[in-house]
Design a protein around this ligand. Structure first.
Ligand SMILES: Cc1ncc(COP(=O)(O)O)c(C=O)c1O
Length: 389
């Protein structure tokens, strides 16, 4: 009997994740230097945990909440979206989701029909590609311009538009490249979306982690884009709340009931305990965000310095945001990034992520995370220095 015959086409079209494969392999080794994590290593701030405990003690978390999220939280989120993202938000335009991921999934399910095309930058966060496939859509990948800091190639994106194109989906600051799309690029992207009546689904998970003089820009803040943007955010990165599974999206008030129709069958509501924790996060001191950013900046600078010691092995674009970077592998073994990363793990116990996991333009690259203690970066590079010398 064919085992696959009980599986849907859309599931069969999703290939095994190179990221998970590397994680599985890493477990077979001891004393691994991990540069493959994309989750904060620090814990959730104490005041957020305390608020969650209070919510339990006060009996607030035993039932479902309103599917859109508790009103107090949506009010606080609307204030943040207004002040930081410059989007003129109201609580009625906010949907609280199970991390950014569920908001993005709801955005895709709400915007496309089977067979519709979604344009994404290449390389990009592989989950976005999978979400499009899960919605029976067709991901259309358009290469970024690596030499210019992995900039969007608007001309090529324009050429990729067909009568089936329904949406554009991107993350900025970007996973895996560390790129930050500038306001100018995003205004050009908005013009393209408006010209062809496309939806733009944004993933702004790393919105606070931007370095040097770069600035975060939310395309949803452009007035004309109000009916064309679903902007997705999360508490995961800013407050080190990976496991709490809490995020939110902003969209025009008319879209929210439709997005809610996609949200309810997958989630009913976001975890209620996490909603109270998120409320405390927004109302409390924001110094943790600055602390995280300062650490990532120091770690980025260290990683770039250590990469400079290996100029015949890697070239790289200095990341402008997120806590990830995407060096190009210059040695010939790097042509197959999966084998290259597996060898690094086997030979010197350094765990990295093969670039091919993020789209075809990602081949001959590897993703390195600087969301790790400085010691971990030094340990990994000491080992790589010995290996490549
Ligand atoms: C670009 C990007 N979006 C979303 C997520 C996950 O966000 P959440 O935990 O809020 O679902 C990640 C996690 O690594 C990410 O890199």
């Amino acid at each position: 009997m064919n085992k696959d015959s009980n599986l849907s086409r859309r599931i069969l079209d999703i290939h095994k994740s190179a990221i998970h494969e590397m994680t599985r392999l890493s477990r077979k080794f001891e004393d691994v230097a991990f540069l493959s994590w994309a989750k904060p290593t620090s814990g959730t701030p104490e005041f957020i945990k305390a608020a969650a405990i209070d919510a339990i003690k006060n009996g607030l978390v035993d039932g479902y909440s309103e599917s859109m999220g508790i009103i107090e939280l949506r009010e606080e989120i609307a204030k943040k979206v207004k002040s930081y993202n410059r989007i003129d938000a109201t609580p009625q335009q906010i949907l609280v989701t199970v991390g950014a991921i569920e908001g993005l999934a709801a955005g895709v399910m709400t915007s496309i029909d089977p067979g519709d095309e979604v344009i994404l930058p290449d390389p990009t966060y592989s989950t976005h590609i999978r979400q499009v496939i899960l919605a029976s859509g067709k991901p259309i990948l358009v290469s970024l311009i690596e030499e210019e800091g992995f900039r969007l190639n608007i001309d090529e994106m324009r050429k990729a538009v067909t009568s089936k194109t329904k949406a554009i989906m991107y993350c900025s600051p970007a996973n895996p490249t560390g790129a930050v799309f500038t306001e100018k690029q995003l205004r050009e992207l908005a013009d393209l979306a408006l010209e062809y009546n496309l939806m733009v689904i944004t993933d702004e998970a790393y919105e606070y982690f931007i370095y040097d003089d770069y600035k975060h820009f939310s395309i949803g803040s452009i007035d004309e884009m109000r009916d064309h943007t679903i902007s997705c955010f999360t508490f995961t990165k800013n407050y080190a709340m990976t496991g709490w599974r809490i995020g939110y999206l902003h969209a025009n008030e008319d879209f929210i009931p439709h997005l809610n129709k996609a949200h309810i069958p997958f989630a009913i509501c976001a975890p209620v305990i996490s909603q109270y924790a998120a409320l405390a996060a927004l109302k409390g001191s924001q110094t943790c965000i600055d602390d995280f950013r300062n650490h990532y900046l120091e770690a980025r600078n260290l990683m770039c310095k250590r990469l400079d010691e290996l100029p015949s092995v890697f070239s790289y674009q200095k990341p402008r945001g997120s806590y990830l970077m995407f060096p190009k592998i210059l040695v010939k073994e790097g042509k197959d990034s999966v084998t290259f990363c597996k060898n690094l793990l086997r030979e010197v116990k350094v765990s990295t992520t093969p670039g091919i996991a993020f789209g075809p333009s990602g081949e001959s690259h590897l993703r390195l995370s600087f969301c790790v203690p400085l010691d971990m970066i030094n340990k990994a590079f000491d080992r790589m220095n010995r290996y490549f010398s």
